[in-house]
Design a protein. Structure first.
Length: 175
């Protein structure tokens, strides 16, 4: 993680805290980061300094106006305007980590084959909090390759309850 990314993430956290919208902004920014990371054309346009900043910001406003809070929209516009459009995913990830640290906790990236309900997310957070001894904020990423079950990563620790891993282990034993 670069110092610049950490600096932008710190600014995002400070802005979101000042607006009393830390959870919402970090979650929305994370969703925008994943969308940009998963769409090569979008990432290219948002990070292309030959495209005028006003046009890049206009694209962000068009994409997010009805879906994200005004604070998130302004944060993303700030990043894009500063030429950091290609780094939104990294800034979002670091902002999630910093936000969790302000609460004395940690962020778990949970990968599941399908979207989880709020109740399921709460159950996963509770189980990971017990397992890690830290207050865990769950960040869900839908990953169809998981097939079923889920994986969770907190820092360097990985909890793997995925069907894919179980199938791979079974395949190993049968070989």
């Amino acid at each position: 993680m670069s110092e610049r990314t950490e600096g932008y993430a710190s600014a995002v956290v400070a802005i979101a805290q000042a607006e009393d919208a830390l959870d919402r902004v970090t979650e929305e920014l994370s969703a925008v980061g994943r969308a940009a990371a998963g769409n090569e054309e979008l990432r290219r346009v948002l990070s292309d300094r030959t495209v005028p900043a006003s046009r890049r910001i206009g694209i962000v406003e068009d994409l997010l106006a009805s879906q994200a809070s005004p604070v998130t929209l302004n944060v993303v516009a700030m990043l894009v305007g500063a030429g950091r459009g290609g780094d939104i995913d990294a800034v979002a990830e670091e902002a999630l980590t910093q936000a969790a640290a302000t609460r004395g906790g940690a962020v778990a990236e949970v990968r599941a084959a399908v979207a989880l309900t709020e109740h399921q997310i709460a159950q996963v957070a509770e189980a990971l909090t017990r397992a890690s001894g830290r207050n865990v904020t769950v960040h869900v990423v839908v990953d169809p390759e998981i097939i079923g079950g889920l994986t969770a990563q907190i820092g360097d620790t990985v909890f793997d309850g995925s069907v894919r891993t179980r199938l791979d282990k079974m395949k190993e034993r049968l070989s």
